[in-house]
Ligand binder design. Structure first.
Ligand code: C5P
Length: 293
């Protein structure tokens, strides 16, 4: 691609299954997860015909730009590739922040994909994956164009799976987020009382149909997060009562999703006041980079 600017829909992810395994010496946790991309997306645009470094956002302010994952992704790419010499990133935010949908990670993944698509000398995929891993646990998955993948390690060991037929989703977006580091701390505290019993591994052949996923779906963050935010349980119950085949929290919360085999109802009685309910879909194809010039 010989463009100097390009755009990409940075699509969110949900965790259909999320197991938190051993805590490493450095405090990080091993995990095992089944990721799925969904159609809720930020729009990310990157231009490289500048020597300045710029980040502009439409949507909620998410703090200093040097801490923004999209900014850090561009800086990491420049350091590794020796290109571009400047960047102007613009993000239209739609994915709620701090909600377990990987919004900041999706923006970072989109910046890496855009830069590598328009670079005069693209980096090998493995080098992009390493940059992604340094940015955060969800970034390696959302820096690929896989609609479904199993993830291990801290999310960097990925196995892309064949897409499953698209399903309709309802997302319950509570008016608060959950801080991921704190949620890992709650799991550690819980396991000091009740040690981890190793679950059977998630195997690709067990999650190649929605039936199998419904059997294995789960999220180790749910119990400790619900303990502090009982409204999450009310969302799970409301989705189940409305006919969701799977109802789970995504990531460390606070978003709760329901997967429906049929068109979900327009109304979701029983969700706590202040919780937004949004319709979405799982994907069979992930968005591709579009050149702008
Ligand atoms: O990846 P992120 O920066 O969102 O992680 C926030 C915090 O969550 C980390 O500082 C760490 O304390 C914890 N964490 C963890 N194990 C992981 C990922 C994150 O303990 N696999």
């Amino acid at each position: 691609m010989t463009a100097t600017a390009a755009t990409l829909d940075a699509q969110a992810k949900i965790n259909l299954a999320l197991r938190i395994l051993a805590r490493e010496e450095n405090g990080y946790h091993q995990l095992e997860t089944l990721f799925a991309r969904i159609d809720l997306a930020d729009t990310v645009r990157v231009a490289t015909d500048t020597s300045a470094r710029e980040l502009t956002l439409d949507g909620p302010d998410v703090g200093p730009r040097e801490r923004n994952l999209a900014w850090r992704a561009a800086e990491a790419y420049m350091a590794e590739a020796g290109w571009p010499h400047g960047f102007a990133i613009h993000i239209e935010k739609r994915i709620p922040v701090g909600g377990g949908l990987g919004g900041g990670s999706a923006d970072a993944g989109a910046v890496l994909r855009i830069l590598n698509a328009i670079a005069p000398r693209p980096l090998p995929d493995a080098a992009v994956a390493t940059l992604a891993f340094r940015l955060g646990a969800d970034v390696p998955f959302v820096a690929t164009d896989a609609p479904f993948a199993l993830g291990w390690g801290r999310g960097e060991r990925l196995l892309a799976l064949n897409p499953l037929p698209a399903r309709e989703l309802l997302l319950c977006l509570p008016p608060f987020g959950v801080e991921t580091g704190a949620a890992f701390g709650w799991i550690d505290a819980q396991r000091r009382e009740e040690p981890l019993r190793a679950p059977a591994p998630l195997r690709p052949q067990d999650v190649d149909r929605w039936d199998g996923i419904a059997r294995l779906a789960g999220n180790d963050f749910e119990t400790p997060v619900i303990h502090r935010h009982p409204g999450i349980a009310a969302c799970l119950e409301a989705l189940t009562a409305a006919g969701a085949r799977i109802a789970r929290m995504s990531g460390s919360g606070s978003t709760v999703f329901g997967v429906f085999d049929r068109r979900p109802p327009a109304e979701l009685p029983g969700v706590p006041t202040g919780t937004r309910v949004v319709h979405a879909r799982t994907l069979t194809h992930v968005a591709q980079v579009r050149p702008l010039d």
